[in-house]
Design a protein around this ligand. Structure first.
Ligand SMILES: [Zn+2]
Length: 454
């Protein structure tokens, strides 16, 4: 133990010398370290914690107009743990003013008592705030007293510290993941509706085969839905029950989302289908990010299968009375008319097998024309394979098969796209189910790029 202590003291001496080099230049410096009751003083999680708080600290300083000299930054790991130091550039501020600001940061931070921000003045003196921090473990006596009196055992402190840090990291990672996933979900539905023209579907130029909605109706409902995308993802991240219990919980959020959609569109059903599909996709993707180090399509599919197990049997086959469009479509066409429920029960086969390879090949983020070509091709690939219940319900099997056939032709020859659009107008049909799957495809294509840092 004494050997370890010596190493730590040596590291602290080195830090003091670094401070001296800054004060020798007559500069105020700011340094940041953690109060960690464990040895080694750092590990992968503690380093992640340190870096997250360092980012918060830098933002806080910037917001309070304290400027640090980026060229002077030192960010090291030594025997005493993680350590950051930099010169303050401001000329018109006193060290005690800076100290006041950094104390506000420490006091307001959730784990502020683990944080030590020190200010060293131009003469190399450490500025003390004269405030005694409470011990983070018992929250009763000043930290310095508990330390001196060895009130708490080393292993108590260590367990407590690591637990708090892990809880903090879990929440930070949950926030980061759900924020990213919901932004991508919103982006995906906006890309889908913006592709113009589109066969029978609402787009920027016209409303396709629809008379009760337009492009702006979709913007209204998409805006209303965005907050629910976050909720679906939050439910998935950290979900600790059996996955078969998830669907009813996803549905509760879905029903709230539908209500807001109808309120935003004057009672027009613009995106009920996508609420269902994206809700399941968001939940499952978020769950995978929580459970696994990296996101893979096969882990995603495995999760969706568990979430949606027997959904066709439970929600269609076992019905006594068939009421909604989707239910009636199943009553008439059997599994071919099982629509979105069959697609999720089988874990998005149309998306994974037919749409994702097309996006992989054609999607480039740069030019508008390239994005449009990729979206068009992907939509056609989906329509060519999908038994869209919107069309089955409205026009039956002949119209569906004809649409699939001409979409396949247009996939090969882009010039025939217009023919598909005209066919849908003539038949007064709109492949809304396929449009929803295009949005899910874009979602899955985009999230593969997210890196899990936890
Ligand atoms: Zn204590």
């Amino acid at each position: 133990m004494t050997e370890i202590l010596q190493k730590i003291l040596l590291a602290k001496d080195n830090r003091a010398n670094m401070r001296k080099t800054f004060s020798a230049k007559k500069k105020i410096s700011i340094s940041f370290s953690l109060n960690i009751a464990s040895y080694p003083k750092t590990n992968k999680n503690i380093s992640q914690f340190f870096n997250l708080i360092l980012t918060d600290l830098k933002n806080f300083l910037l917001a309070n107009k304290i400027f640090i000299d980026n060229n002077s930054e030192i960010n090291i790991i030594d025997e005493a743990g993680n350590f950051f130091m930099a010169i303050v550039k401001n000329k018109d501020i006193t060290y005690s003013e800076i100290k006041q600001i950094t104390e506000e940061f420490e006091e307001n931070h959730k784990l502020g008592r683990f944080i030590d921000v020190d200010i060293t003045d131009e003469d190399g003196k450490n500025v003390s705030s004269h405030k005694k921090k409470l011990c983070y473990f018992c929250n009763e006596k000043p930290a310095i007293v508990c330390m001196r009196e060895k009130t708490h055992s080393y292993s108590e402190l260590q367990t407590f510290t690591l637990k708090k840090i892990n809880e903090y990291l879990f929440l930070e990672n949950k926030n980061k993941t759900t924020k990213e996933l919901s932004a991508i979900a919103l982006k995906s539905i906006l890309y889908e509706v913006s592709l113009s023209p589109k066969p029978g579907l609402v787009n920027f130029y016209n409303s396709g085969s629809h008379t009760d909605m337009n492009y702006y109706t979709f913007l209204n409902s998409s805006s209303a839905l965005s907050q629910y995308f976050t909720k679906f993802a939050e439910l998935g991240y950290g979900f600790n029950e059996d996955l078969s219990k998830a669907i009813s919980k996803i549905r509760i959020i879905g029903l709230q989302a539908e209500k807001d959609m109808f309120a935003a569109t004057n009672n027009i059903n613009t995106q009920k289908g996508i609420i269902f599909l994206m809700g399941i996709a968001l939940f499952s993707a978020s769950y995978v990010f929580y459970k696994d180090v990296n996101f893979t399509i096969s882990n995603f599919q495995e999760t969706v299968k568990k979430v949606c197990k027997d959904i066709v049997k439970n929600e269609l086959q076992n019905l006594k009375v068939y009421k909604t469009h989707g239910e009636k479509c199943f009553e008439k066409f059997g599994l071919k008319g099982a629509g979105a429920r069959l697609e999720v029960e089988l874990a998005f086969p149309t998306v994974v097998n037919f749409a994702l390879p097309v996006l992989e090949k054609f999607f480039k983020e740069n030019k508008k024309e390239e994005i449009e070509l990729a979206l068009r091709k992907t939509l056609l690939a989906i329509i060519s394979e999908n038994n869209d219940s919107n069309i089955l319900y409205r026009k039956g099997e002949d119209a569906l098969e004809k649409l699939k056939k001409i979409s396949k032709d247009a996939f090969i020859d882009d010039k025939k796209y217009d023919k598909v659009c005209k066919f849908c107008i003539k038949e007064n049909i709109s492949p809304g189910g396929s449009a929803d799957l295009l949005a899910v495809s874009l979602f899955l294509h985009s999230i593969k790029k997210i890196k899990n840092e936890f």
